[in-house]
Design a protein around this ligand. Structure first.
Ligand code: FPP
Length: 251
């Protein structure tokens, strides 16, 4: 399958968000240690990111490490951070070749210094790439993001730069980690669980949700294509009625 399958899809989401779940179970099924699942998860991410850019997705935001993941066994956290550093180094070429800009959302100040340095370097080196923005949610939690946003707005208010009546949705959006990005149109979660796990809670207000039973390391382009076909069958009403939408679309 290549970018040519694009013609079969009328609508391509502008922003795709993914919860890459199931790495641990993938490894366990094969008798490997959990970190092998994460390593193979990077391969899946490379394939999906490249394919997403090829078919015209402009923003891909993936949940790579949640705030809650800091509570995993020390050895797994260490393995994930080491994998992050080595992947960032290795994937620079793929990012450049595919014109993908890398960015991050989350409290990256909590990452080990080496990870942060590597991340900031790859972000700097890819900042002019235009085909797609790949955002890694790292040390990310939606509720922490909202608290962070409230503190920022509180400070602007205390500084006298705005009045209470100036607080609106646009001001909130401008103070989230996802500032400048459109909201996700489609959220895919792999691994069979059907929940959103503190991920982009403000941003997914009108997002379509798609759940796949595939474990993340085995999620392939074909699976993404199927999710996009399903997305194309959805009627996105944004609170309106079907009839209103039909009228709007009648020339
Ligand atoms: C969830 O699977 C996955 C994660 C917590 C990590 C996701 C990370 C990657 C795919 C690696 C890519 C990231 C970078 C950039 C290095 P799980 O471990 O919760 O799986 P389980 O539910 O089967 O236990």
């Amino acid at each position: 399958m290549n970018g040519k399958s694009e013609h079969k899809l009328k609508h391509i989401p502008q922003h795709l968000a993914i919860i890459m779940d199931g790495n641990g179970r993938w490894a366990k099924k094969r008798g490997y240690i959990r970190s092998m699942g994460h390593k193979n998860g990077v391969d899946a991410l490379r394939n999906i990111a490249t394919y997403s850019a090829e078919i015209g997705i402009k923003y891909l935001t993936v949940y790579a490490f949640s705030t809650e993941n800091w509570n995993r066994p020390k050895s797994e956290v260490k393995a994930l951070m080491t994998l992050l550093v080595s992947s960032l180094k290795k994937e620079l070429e793929t990012l450049t070749k595919n014109d993908i800009r890398l960015t991050a959302i989350g409290d990256i100040s909590l990452l080990p210094a080496k990870c942060r340095r590597e991340l900031l370097e790859v972000m700097e080196l890819t900042k002019r790439n235009q085909r797609m923005t790949l955002s890694l949610a790292l040390s990310y939690s939606s509720r922490v993001e909202m608290v962070h946003c409230m503190k920022k707005i509180g400070q602007i208010l205390l500084d006298g730069q705005i009045k209470i009546s100036d607080i609106d949705e646009a001001l909130v959006e401008n103070n989230l980690f996802t500032f400048g990005m459109p909201d996700p149109d489609l959220l895919i979660r792999t691994g069979g669980e059907k929940r959103v796990s503190n991920y982009l809670l403000w941003q997914i207000a009108y997002c379509e949700l798609y759940f796949s039973d595939k474990l993340w390391p085995e999620f392939e382009k074909e699976d993404l294509f199927r999710a996009l076909q399903d997305f194309n069958r959805r009627e996105r009403r944004f609170g309106k009625t079907s009839e209103q939408l039909q009228e709007e679309n009648t020339p």
